[in-house]
Write a protein that binds this ligand. Structure first.
Ligand code: PAF
Length: 293
């Protein structure tokens, strides 16, 4: 595995691999890797045989009062994990490499960013789409893979790629969870043991909704109430939103369908956490927890 820091180096490495007839895959990350990221590498390898991972904590997607400075970073550890998982090339630029001057052009979502996480994180998705458009332009992968944990992000990236005719497939890999259901996230590192226990209420709420859906409940208000009640009962969990939306266009629903996604966000202490699930098709971790007792 090779580590490169500059755009010309990535282009040279990717160009060589493409010249050898290899299909290029990209897994964009902000580092502090966990099994969730590494599962995206596995997924990427299903349709590519030269895997590029980017590691870049993108300042453009953090608001002024957010955790850019505290965001966990450990490049040495990330490189070890990436190599072990078979990544071919890590691209870890610094801020000046990606943003040598204040950008003249950015990618501003016109729709779908005005809800869910977009409500409390103005400008966040503009930052995400801008950096992802840059990474896709730099690497020009045949396929890139994003995590379902950031569901709204994945929908917006797909739409951006369609709208801007960016070539290459965009795939979404399922959320990976700890055995007790907590969705893996680099931000879990901020949680104290007590906060981590409270944070389990997010996945427990989603499990309750998956079960209720399976048992025939279709009233979105009822389903959302079940989730919210579990989160509020945990104490110390400040619910930001509980919303059941259509997976395709993130529109709020009144009756849940097989394409409905339940999405939640909350603050536990000072840590903002998100989670989500398809009601009809939970990821393996949630499905296991939703099994009848
Ligand atoms: O999901 C993330 O880690 C980031 O938002 C991404 C897609 C790497 C862009 O910075």
């Amino acid at each position: 595995m090779k580590l490169v820091r500059t755009i010309p180096e990535v282009r040279a490495e990717v160009g060589r691999a493409r010249g050898d007839g290899r299909r290029i895959g990209l897994v964009p990350t902000m580092g502090f890797l966990h099994e969730g990221h590494l599962s995206l590498v596995d997924r990427c390898r299903d349709s590519a045989d030269f895997i590029v991972m980017s590691i870049f904590v993108n300042p453009l997607q953090f608001g002024p009062s957010e955790d850019l400075d505290e965001y966990p970073r450990d490049l040495e550890r990330d490189l070890a994990f990436a190599e072990e998982r078979g990544v071919d090339l890590v691209f870890a630029p610094d801020d000046r490499e990606l943003y040598p001057t204040e950008p003249t052009a950015v990618v501003t979502p016109k729709r779908l960013a005005d809800r869910l996480c977009g409500l409390s994180r103005p400008g966040h998705f503009e930052g995400v789409l801008t950096v992802v458009a840059k990474l896709l332009g730099i690497v020009q992968p045949d396929v890139s893979v994003f995590g379902q944990k950031d569901f709204q992000q994945a929908v917006l990236i797909r739409r951006m790629a369609e709208d801007l005719n960016i070539p290459g497939a965009i795939e979404v890999g399922p959320t990976v969870r700890e055995a007790d259901g907590l969705a893996m996230s680099s931000r879990n590192a901020y949680l104290s043991a007590e906060e981590r226990e409270r944070a389990l209420s997010l996945s427990r709420g989603l499990v309750a909704a998956v079960r209720a859906y399976r048992e025939g409940e279709r009233d979105v208000r009822q389903l959302e109430t079940q989730i919210r009640e579990r989160m509020e009962a945990a104490g110390g969990v400040a619910v930001e939103y509980v919303s059941i939306v259509s997976a395709d266009d993130l529109e709020p629903l009144s009756r849940a369908t097989d394409d409905a996604v339940a999405a939640v966000a909350a603050r536990v202490g000072s840590t903002r956490l998100i989670d989500n699930t398809y009601l009809a098709r939970p990821d393996a971790g949630l499905a296991r927890l939703a099994e009848p007792d």
